[in-house]
Every structure is written in structure tokens, then in C-alpha cells.
Design a protein around this ligand. Structure first.
Ligand code: GLA
Length: 353
């Protein structure tokens, strides 16, 4: 792991850590928001590409609205106004999307400076102490995020502890483009999800509380579809494609999501122990200046945000987001990258056996 100064922003000085698996997988991660800024993946033809969207400066990360690559918390996705009640106490949350709170509030974890901890070549570890009352949430919270590279995966592990009852929902908000971050729309990518249900929302994107089967709808992604089909689906017009929370029906041994590049040279499988995944096809990016002079248009990336259910604080039928003193909150998500020919070769070996 090597570390260098990246820049400064109103949150403070930002450093960038570079980690590598020594075989072509390399990631750059910022102390601001414990943010994944780049992820270099080598396909089977030897072509190296950066498969996540990002910015070039600390200010853009701090002021930007896209949450590129960020660790989002304390509570990713939405909590309906004015806040929530826990053990008979009311907690009012500062809003940042209309009257509701999105992605942990105006200065959530993605806009705070995390402390890098000593770690090996293949990993970066960050710690954040979030004080009682931070963005309205109770309890002093210690949270740690580890980015680790294995032979073909990026693994993100989370750990958190509190000294008083609180709620927690962490995710990583990377926008993937398996053709490379600078290469236009992800419309030609193919997507498959292990999800039998989704959580419908109202016009403010707040879950209604219903857990509805995907079968018979455009959201049935149990057989793969192109992202382009979803972007142009009339039923998904208000969200300009997907911005939906899917309930995962597999286990952490089955990919929650598969994404394939249009030319078939690279695929990503997402494994997680979280109960849900928000899939966002970036319908509202709107020509954001990105890394190395790239300009990101709508639909130039896809977010595969593994998480608990949005607004779970208001829906007793959703998995509980409560964390209590003495408990350790742990979670793991793995993004496994494969060149298509490697997948074919494995199948061939299996057939010979
Ligand atoms: C999430 C939300 C989207 C949008 C993006 C960030 O995916 O669900 O509505 O807020 O984050 O721009």
C-alpha cells in the first residue's frame, strides 16, 4: 500500500492510497469518504481498464452530488422525514433530499475524512469515529472499512460498534462501467439479479412498505436483460431506468448480481451478505466532468449498492437496521472480475472431468 497527498477540501486534507494484488488488479482509495477512486482490471486479452467513475479533485468529491465510489452512511438510501424513533426516543435528521434524508445527510460519511490504518500491499483500511448526534444519529459509532484485493476480486468489509442504540446501513456507491469509465453509456451491458422481490416506493422514492414480486414486471432480472432495455422501458420513465431496491433471494455464495461488458471480455459478479441491492443506472448524471478529462453522460455507469432496506426504520416488516452497544456490525461484499474466456475455459475443464 502506498499513500500520497491528493488534495484538500472543506473537510480537510485528503490522501490517496494505492493497493495492488501484484497481478494486474489495482485500486486507488481516498481518505475522503473512504472512496474507491479507480479500479484497474486486466481482461484476458491483456487490456487494462479503469472500471469505476470518479473525479480528479478533492473539491469535486466533497461538493459533488453523485457519491462516486463513496462509502455511504450512517444510513445509505433514504429515511423519510422527520427522522425516526428508537426505544421511545425521537431523532430528527437533517434533510438533504426535499424534506427527507438521503445517503446519511448533507455531511454524511462520504464527506468526512477517514483515518487510514497500517495495512499490507493488497489492502487499505480506514476508520471513522462518528460522534453521538452526527447527522442526527444517536450513539458514538466506530466504523472501519477494509478494501482488499484477492486474485480476481475487490472485497469490501465493514465493521462497526456503538456505545448506544443506533441504526446503520452502509454501502459502497461505485458506478461501474466494464468497458472503462470513459467509454459512454452502459446500455450495452447485460445485467442479471438474484432477486424475487423489490420494495416499491412513493413519488419521493420512499418505500411504501410493500415487498412485491418482480415476476411479470420489467424488474424481473432473474434472466438477464440489457441495461439499455431497462433505460428505455416506459414503466421506468420516472427513474430513467433503474433506481430500485431489490430483495436478494440467494445466499452469499450465489452472485447477487452479474454484469457483463457488451464485448464479452469482462464480467463482474457481486457477492454479499446484505439482504438487498439498490441498482441505479445513473439516469441523472447529466454530463459531469470526470477523471482524466472524461465527461460522464446519463447512464455512463451502474451502481450495484448492496445494503439493508431503505427507510427500514419505519417498516417493522423490513430487516431491522438497529445496532446496539456490545454488538459488532459486520458485512462483506465482493466484486469478482472475470475475463469471458476464463469463464469459458473453466466450463470446458468441468465438461472434460
Ligand atoms: C442512489 C439513489 C439515487 C441517487 C444516487 C446518487 O443510488 O437511489 O436516487 O441519489 O444515489 O446521485
Amino acid at each position: 500500500m502506498s499513500m500520497q497527498y491528493f488534495g484538500s477540501c472543506p473537510a480537510g486534507e485528503v490522501h490517496e492510497l494505492t493497493i495492488s494484488n501484484g497481478r494486474g488488479l489495482e485500486a486507488k482509495v481516498l481518505s475522503l469518504g473512504a472512496t474507491l477512486r479507480s479500479l484497474l482490471v486486466t481482461d484476458e486479452s491483456g487490456r487494462r481498464r479503469d472500471v469505476v467513475l470518479g473525479y480528479d479533485s478533492a473539491e469535486e468529491y466533497f461538493f459533488g452530488e453523485a457519491y462516486f465510489g463513496a462509502t455511504v452512511g450512517r444510513f445509505c438510501n433514504r429515511i423519510a422525514a422527520p427522522g425516526f424513533e428508537l426505544d421511545g426516543k425521537c431523532f430528527v435528521l437533517p434533510p438533504n433530499e426535499g424534506k427527507n434524508q438521503l445517503h446519511g445527510g448533507p455531511f454524511g460519511f462520504s464527506r468526512q475524512i477517514w483515518t487510514p490504518l497500517p495495512a499490507g500491499e493488497d489492502r487499505a483500511v480506514f476508520r471513522l469515529i462518528s460522534p453521538d448526534g452526527d447527522m442526527g444519529f444517536p450513539g458514538n459509532l466506530m466504523v472501519q472499512v477494509t478494501y482488499r484485493l484477492t486474485e480476481e476480486s475487490l472485497v469490501i468489509e465493514y465493521e462497526a460498534e456503538t456505545d448506544a442504540p443506533t441504526v446503520l446501513n452502509l454501502t459502497n456507491h461505485s458506478y461501474f462501467n466494464l468497458s472503462g469509465h470513459e467509454s459512454g453509456s452502459v446500455g450495452g451491458h447485460r445485467l442479471k439479479l438474484t432477486a424475487d422481490f423489490f420494495t416499491p416506493t412513493d413519488e419521493q422514492m420512499i418505500p411504501t412498505g410493500e415487498i412485491r414480486p418482480v415476476s411479470g414486471s420489467v424488474l424481473d432480472l432473474r434472466t438477464e436483460k440489457t441495461v439499455g432495455e431497462l433505460i428505455s422501458a416506459p414503466e421506468l420513465k420516472t427513474t430513467q431506468g433503474l433506481d430500485h431496491n431489490f430483495v436478494l433471494s440467494g445466499s452469499d455464495a450465489v452472485p447477487a448480481a452479474w454484469l457483463k461488458a457488451p464485448d464479452g471480455t469482462l464480467s463482474a459478479e457481486v457477492y454479499t451478505d446484505r439482504p438487498a441491492i439498490q441498482v441505479y443506472t445513473a439516469g441523472f448524471l447529466g454530463n459531469v466532468p470526470g477523471k482524466n478529462g472524461a465527461v460522464y453522460a446519463d447512464h455512463q455507469g451502474i451502481c450495484l449498492e448492496t445494503q439493508g432496506f431503505p427507510d427500514a426504520v419505519h417498516h417493522p416488516n423490513f430487516p431491522s437496521p438497529v445496532l446496539r452497544a456490545g454488538e459488532v456490525w459486520r458485512s462483506r461484499t465482493e466484486y469478482r472480475f472475470r475475463g469471458a474466456s476464463r469463464v469459458r475455459r473453466r466450463k470446458a475443464v468441468m465438461i472434460r472431468i
